[in-house]
Design a protein around this ligand. Structure first.
Ligand SMILES: [Zn+2]
Length: 168
């Protein structure tokens, strides 16, 4: 025989009880601060973006050019060897049309996010960025695109120094 509990013992807490001070409540905003090191490869990558350039790392053993750069080649189990500039143009490898903003709210104008294989980087190596100056229905895999940069004085060494990639 099963017993169905229709009412639990105790008193339900209501928002009103908190507001009216019937229940002790402590509010505390911690002064949490943190610093994060981007590391050797990404630091150089970000500084180069400020100059309007995209840089990668080359592994001489497998010949791959990695963008964003990595100091270590996971294929060869060895450090990468040299810095190599790649172009700010490339090819859309895959994309997604998003009607949801970063804070999960619904947006009317969709954001088009794409993986872009940059010219000069190895096949299969791509960066994730936004597409602009193109309607969602006109985006195609294999589409040629080029970076649209922020004005030089507004760049701050961030991936957002590139506003988006537009079709060429
Ligand atoms: Zn390698």
């Amino acid at each position: 025989m099963s017993i169905k509990i229709r009412e639990y013992p105790g008193v339900h807490i209501k928002t009103r009880d908190l507001r009216e001070g019937k229940i002790p409540l402590v509010r505390w905003r911690p002064k949490a601060k943190y610093a994060w090191s981007a590391g050797a490869a990404i630091s150089r990558f970000l500084n180069e973006l400020k100059e309007g350039k995209i840089i990668g790392r080359k592994c001489r053993k497998c010949g791959r050019i990695l963008v964003p750069p990595r100091m270590y080649c996971e294929w060869c189990f060895k450090p990468t060897d040299e810095w190599v500039y790649v172009k700010d143009s490339g090819t859309v490898m895959t994309y997604s049309i998003s009607y949801i903003a970063a804070d999960a709210t619904r947006i009317k104008e969709p954001v088009i996010v794409a993986v872009i294989a940059l010219d000069g980087a190895s096949p299969g190596v791509g960066i994730l960025h936004k597409l602009g100056e193109v309607k969602p229905e006109n985006v195609r895999i294999g589409m040629r695109v080029k970076a649209v940069w922020k004005p030089r004085e507004e760049r701050e060494g961030s991936i957002t120094d590139i506003l988006y990639f537009k079709p060429i």
